[in-house]
Design a protein. Structure first.
Length: 277
């Protein structure tokens, strides 16, 4: 069918009109809807982030608490282990003293218990728990003879003559080793001014009045006879001052050289944290 010119023009105008789907207001509405959704998404993300903060803080606090509990447990375990070690070492040092004193007596050596070992036995009734050695003095020692005698009498221990590098270059002493400690046997010399020098390499710091020590006397300690200074209280007063009855960790008394050594200062610092080595 043929269309006239007016009908063709009407169809062209109708085709050129925008459809409802292409309406600009509809497009703006569509963009507005998308922006609204993006805003909600951002809001939800912010809300989620804020809501996670308490959980994160709680987790951090829990981790800190666990770390603190772990540190306390480790500290307690360390102190407990040190205490067990101290008791084991003291038991071995006791046995060393029980074996060494009879051997010295049998060899005819004039010896006595001195320094911290004497302090512990007389004041506390036992060796001081944190001590790692036994202190003995022997009058006018013949070192080679003494070394030979103790090596033969005490084959279960290691006996050595020592020449300490931090001493005066002339000091010699004998050391008897057990598994967890040792006994030091220092030489003692009578001076002209009625003093005894127990030679630990620190000079006159370890001098003591002869009349406080000689002649020595015998005491029985835990079933074993041990030689000690004649005047026990006087000797300990001379070594550690008027407050010798008060226990003080790493107390070296009049021997300030030993008391100021690095190990002594470090040990005293650790003791303030409750750790006594």
């Amino acid at each position: 069918m043929m269309l006239d010119s007016s009908e063709v023009e009407d169809q062209e105008k109708h085709a050129s009109k925008p459809s409802k789907s292409d309406h600009p207001h509809k497009q703006r509405g569509h963009h507005h809807h998308r922006g609204h959704e993006e805003h909600h998404q951002r809001f939800r993300g912010t809300t989620t982030s804020k809501s996670n903060q308490p959980a994160t803080n709680a987790c951090t606090q829990q981790q800190a608490s666990l770390a603190a509990v772990g540190a306390v447990a480790a500290y307690g375990a360390l102190r407990g282990s040190i205490k067990i070690f101290h008791h084991a070492r003291r038991a071995m040092l006791r046995q060393l003293l029980f074996d060494l004193c009879p051997a010295l007596h049998e060899g005819g050596h004039r010896y006595w218990l001195d320094f911290g070992s004497l302090l512990g036995v007389h004041r506390d009734g036992d060796l001081i728990l944190h001590d790692n050695d036994i202190d003995l003095a022997i009058l006018d020692p013949q070192w080679d003879q003494l070394h030979s005698h103790l090596s033969t009498s005490l084959p279960q221990y290691t006996v050595k003559l020592e020449f300490p590098s931090d001493a005066d270059g002339e000091t010699t002493f004998l050391r008897v080793y057990c598994l967890l400690g040792f006994a030091d046997v220092f030489g003692a010399l009578e001076l002209e001014d009625k003093r005894l020098l127990v030679d630990c390499g620190h000079g006159e710091l370890n001098c003591i009045s002869t009349e406080l020590v000689l002649p020595t006397k015998s005491i029985e300690w835990k079933g074993v006879k041990i030689q000690v200074p004649r005047d026990l209280n006087g000797a300990l007063h001379a070594r550690y001052g008027p407050t010798w009855r008060v226990p003080r960790y790493m107390d070296k008394g009049a021997d300030t050289v030993e008391g100021n050594k690095t190990y002594a200062r470090v040990f005293r610092a650790l003791s303030k944290l409750g750790i006594r080595l």
